[in-house]
Design a protein around this ligand. Structure first.
Ligand SMILES: [Zn+2]
Length: 185
């Protein structure tokens, strides 16, 4: 008699556990399914961002120094870059993707040996905190393709108070066509 009661008790507890598991499992499965759903279109969508360039493509298009500076966050030696002393009117574009980044109007002689600007084209240059080399600096990158450009400092001598210190290797300068403008006069 005692054993049959024990049996009954243990049987009912098995049913209880099984029922509980079912009751818990069904909402859990639904929750997991609901959470997994939004990821499905992203997993099937294989199109890459249009600004993403393959490393091989970049290595063949850029000089070793341009690759080192823009892709590996390198820094060219002071007073060695192509544009540190350029004073011609024109525009400076990203050497990787061609986005317009700076204009000669905002370029000034900082004496530091790198092209320096007091402002960047609106929304074209992003800043990130850079804690490498034992310093805390604001790294500047091309908003469009993420190419490393240099750093921005708060010690600029003009009204903006900013000094964008940019590697020549990150830039492609296109001089303003002054002859075309003169012929219009
Ligand atoms: Zn770019």
């Amino acid at each position: 008699m005692k054993t049959s009661i024990q049996k009954l008790f243990s049987m009912s507890s098995v049913f209880f556990v099984a029922k509980l598991a079912l009751v818990l499992l069904i909402p859990l499965c639904l929750l997991v399914y609901a959470l997994a759903m939004p990821n499905k279109p992203a997993m099937t969508n294989k199109t890459e961002p249009k600004t993403e360039k393959s490393t091989d493509d970049l290595r063949s298009r850029l000089t070793p120094e341009q690759f080192y500076v823009t892709q590996e966050k390198g820094t060219e030696r002071a007073f060695t870059g192509k544009y540190w002393n350029t004073k011609d009117p024109g525009k400076y574009y990203c050497v990787v993707c061609g986005a317009e980044l700076f204009t000669s109007d905002s370029k000034f002689d900082s004496g530091c040996g790198w092209p320096s600007f007091d402002k960047a084209a609106t929304d074209k240059v992003d800043t990130h905190v850079d804690k490498t080399h034992g310093m805390v600096r604001d790294e500047i990158v091309c908003h469009n393709c993420g190419a490393h450009l240099g750093h921005v400092f708060n010690d600029g001598p003009t009204a903006t108070g900013l000094r964008y210190c940019v590697n020549s290797a990150s830039l492609d300068f296109k001089a303003k066509d002054t002859k075309a403008e003169d012929s219009k006069k």
